[in-house]
Ligand binder design. Sequence first.
Ligand code: FES
Length: 123
Amino acid sequence: MSKISLDGCAGAPALGDVICSVKDIKEGMALEFSYQNGDDLLDIFILRKEGKIYAYKNTCPHAGTPLNMMPETFMERTETYLMCHTHGALFNYSTGECVGGPCKGSYLTQISIQIKEGLVLAA
Ligand code: FES
């Protein structure tokens, strides 16, 4: 699995700066953010699940599309896995590993974050 930092992305919070507040993320849902990274956009989502926070690049390792079709909604119907809505790949939300579908065994790219005093910080 790989992990990347927002450092160097235009408009992104600097290391240690606030991305969002944990309380702004509804349980089982995610907030989405987009930053310019050179010529590309870096789209990320920050998920709150069972009280913990996870941050991933919003790019499926199968064909590179965003995972979600609806804003803030990344979990499948049973809320057990993250799901890519393009071809249905299922991902473990705590590790980012694809556990079912066309990219089984690959991983979502994690975003480096830190949680401090109820805030999600760039790390
Ligand atoms: S693009 Fe995500 S499963 Fe194909």
